[in-house]
Design a protein around this ligand. Sequence first.
Ligand SMILES: C[S@@+](CC[C@H](N)C(=O)[O-])C[C@H]1O[C@@H](n2cnc3c(N)ncnc32)[C@H](O)[C@@H]1O
Length: 220
Amino acid sequence: MTQKEIKKQVKSKQRVTDHGEVFTNEREVNAMLDLVKIESERIDSRFLEPAMGDGNFLVEVLKRKLNSVDKKYKSVQFEWERYAVIAISSIYGVDILEDNAVECRNRLFDIFDGRYVTNFKEKCSNECKRSVRFLLDRNILWGDALDFTNPVTKKPIIFSEWGAVNGSMLKRRDYIFKFLVERTHQFSMFNDQGDVGSIDGPIKDFPLIHFLKLGVDDAN
Ligand SMILES: C[S@@+](CC[C@H](N)C(=O)[O-])C[C@H]1O[C@@H](n2cnc3c(N)ncnc32)[C@H](O)[C@@H]1O
């Protein structure tokens, strides 16, 4: 391993001691994702990284999903935007260090934005970028994945499930992370059958919203 790679994997000795923060390098991330290659390339497959660092795994997952979006929808901007939003909405992460959550959101946004601008140049819309920012704020969270709370406020971590409905609309349902984990006994997210019991059911159900209107007001 080169000196450059070591630097990228460790931010400081203190952070390694306090939080075990050693990032996985790109080659290993991709070798591991290749073990679930089809899922990693599927636009709407849900990925959760419960100790995401600044997002080395999530970044590669997003690149793979956007490759699939490019392949199928690059010729129609609206469709590309719709499926890119679905790709982002299915990526989730938590880290105990706040700066990691911020960096991870920014890295994911930059990957989306780079691809968007390359494909559609001056035709890119601010509303699509706002929707993506909104999703990243909701899905990439600062939290302790062992006690399922924010390390400072101690409020429970709440994740949003996003479901595509009627083409361009999204359905959001919020769940308490702790109950999702206890329900599934493994880190699979949400329940496709929708047969949830009362304690682990959604704590909030939102009206349908157009995928380009996310973040327009605080209510969604
Ligand atoms: C070994 S690093 C791995 C980071 C990333 N998954 C990667 O492979 O590059 C472990 C990460 O877990 C985070 N972490 C440690 N304890 C945690 C906890 N209780 N809840 C959430 N994240 C935690 C650290 O801040 C660090 O970013």
